[in-house]
Design a protein around this ligand. Structure first.
Ligand code: XMP
Length: 510
């Protein structure tokens, strides 16, 4: 049976990070809103430990998020982090008060109990990261302090009779240099995790589950060329073979040769894939449309229509598979305690198609999807691809989208992306592309005056696309790309480089 650590979410910004860190220890973790702990023998099966997250609230607030600790403690080992630690201290009879000054950033840990299993292997003076406005001023009876910092007396504490622990700092953040060791001590040393959750074990259990859930049913899946749908398809194909049919729709706004190249790669992977060139419909419906959101809506609706039509030509399909991943599914809490669920799906397909939904990657973070993809033998040319927006080049052509503009942009984009690959820069940036601007400017080529289009190069570094910085690409490289575009792409006589970060800009221009 798969062992898991449950993280009860009290609304902290770093809750997801706790889940990630536990996964990095090859232990499966699940993030659950604080009030949804699955009490009951069957539902609790496999749970070997619980972590209580931080929160933007104060434990003494009238509307603070609370759990019934009497029901929780004693069932499994529990580690409270920041608010989680304060909640335990406060609820069990200790005291929590506003700190004289808010405590943010670096602090050095001095342990007072060198024998504590939570602190094993952590040296005196280890750096931890604090972020709290309240502080514990008295521990409940039966608890003892195991580490302090210069400003925080109860930086880490333990129950004397139960496997219950609290830390005021955030072991999950990068700057807590002993954080991984502490989480390992909890998960492995205290909870007894086997650390056997890996890409290979995920594939093995998921393939078995898919076979038993899907039986002899047929499944349809929309491929986009992106990592998530590709990995979902190969995983499903391993489970049910040709009973999976993939549909790859070409809306005409993909990169140069992408439809054919990616289709060929899919076929090499042994996928049963149907390529559908629907570009005429997309271009016709986009004619005259300049508003970015309208463009997106039209492309989304057209995609659903085309996919639905093609899927209906297949016989006996019972399931729609999607490459939805964990961050799309986590139910996160707003400060009011409302559960926010931003469940991603492809432009309303599930609602329209009346098929059962199969999402084999819904438990994985993005880098885990990549690891699974590699373990499935998917080549790096597909796994390491930059993200690319669903509406494709349509949102990189400011204003109306036409075939002629797409052709110009495809060439410029091809020069930029090939250059990044050639110079070993492709994997150093999160995402890159070219934007076709709706302006013309004067230039001179030979002895001729020109009045042609301008393009902007965009390359960003990021870890999750939520924030991004412009990539500091070498000037020589930018100069050579600019030269090549102006010399080779007819209709372009000026190249700019976008040096805006996100926020306040966004990665795409539309
Ligand atoms: P922004 O421009 O919001 O982009 O900073 C963040 C990430 O999302 C991608 N993106 C999209 N992806 N459909 C998609 O599937 C869209 O309409 C869309 N708009 C932006 C963008 O490429 C970047 O990776």
């Amino acid at each position: 049976m798969v062992q898991k650590i449950v993280i009860l979410d009290f609304g902290s910004q770093t809750t997801q990070l706790i889940g990630r860190r536990v996964r990095e220890l090859n232990i499966y973790s699940e993030i659950i809103p604080y009030h949804k702990y699955p009490y009951g023998r069957e539902a609790e099966e496999g749970i070997i430990g619980v972590i209580l997250s931080g929160s933007p609230l104060s434990v003494y607030d009238k509307d603070a998020f609370r759990v019934d600790l009497d029901r929780l403690l004693g069932r499994v080992p529990v580690l409270g982090i920041c608010y989680g630690a304060q909640l335990m201290a406060y609820s069990l009879g200790g005291a929590v008060e506003p700190a004289p000054s808010r405590e943010y950033g670096r602090a050095l840990l001095e342990w007072t109990d060198g024998t504590s299993p939570l602190l094993e292997g952590i040296g005196q003076g280890a750096q931890v990261w604090m972020s709290h406005g309240d502080t514990i001023t008295r521990l409940p009876e039966g608890f003892k302090v195991i580490a302090s910092t210069a400003d925080v007396r109860f930086a880490a504490f333990a129950s004397e009779s139960q496997p219950v622990w609290g830390v005021q700092f955030h072991p999950e953040v990068f700057h807590s240099t002993c954080g991984m060791q502490l989480l390992r001590n909890f998960a492995v040393g205290i909870c007894g995790a086997r650390c056997d959750w890996s890409a290979e074990s995920f594939i093995e259990t998921t393939v078995a589950e898919l076979r038993s859930t899907l039986g002899d049913d047929k499944v349809v899946l929309g491929l986009s060329g992106g990592v998530d749908s590709t990995v979902a398809a190969v995983l499903l194909a391993r489970a049910i073979g040709d009973r999976l049919t993939c549909i790859f729709v070409d809306h005409g706004m993909l990169r140069l040769n992408e439809f054919h190249d990616v289709l060929a790669e899919y076929k090499k992977l042994g996928l049963n894939v149907l390529g559908v060139d629907a570009s005429d419909k997309f271009f016709a419906d986009l004619a005259g449309v300049t508003d970015p959101e309208k463009k997106r809506k039209i492309i989304g609706a057209d995609f659903v229509e085309v996919f639905d039509r093609e899927a209906h030509k297949l016989e006996g399909v019972r399931w729609l598979a999607q490459g939805t991943i964990y961050p799309d599914c986590i139910e996160s809490l707003s400060i009011t305690g409302t559960v926010i669920k931003s469940h991603h799906n492809v432009g309303g397909l599930p609602e329209r198609m009346n098929l059962r939904l199969c999402e084999p990657l819904r438990l994985l973070f993005k880098d885990e999807v990549r690891a699974v993809g590699r373990a499935l033998g998917i080549p790096d040319s597909l796994i390491g691809r930059h993200p690319f927006p669903g509406p494709g080049l349509a949102v990189r052509i400011l204003g109306e989208v036409t075939r002629e503009k797409v052709a110009v942009l495809q060439q410029a984009d091809h020069i930029f992306i090939s250059g990044l690959r050639r110079e070993g820069l492709y994997d150093k940036v999160w995402q890159a592309g070219v934007i076709l601007l709706p302006v013309q400017s004067v230039g001179v080529m030979g002895d001729e005056r020109t009045y042609e289009r301008a393009v902007a190069l965009r390359a960003v570094t990021s870890t999750d696309a939520m924030t991004a910085d412009w990539a500091h690409l070498p000037y020589e490289f930018l100069a050579s790309v600019s030269n090549e575009i102006i010399n080779k792409v007819k209709g372009v006589n000026r190249v700019c480089y976008d040096i805006s970060s996100k926020p306040p800009a966004t990665i795409e221009w539309e």
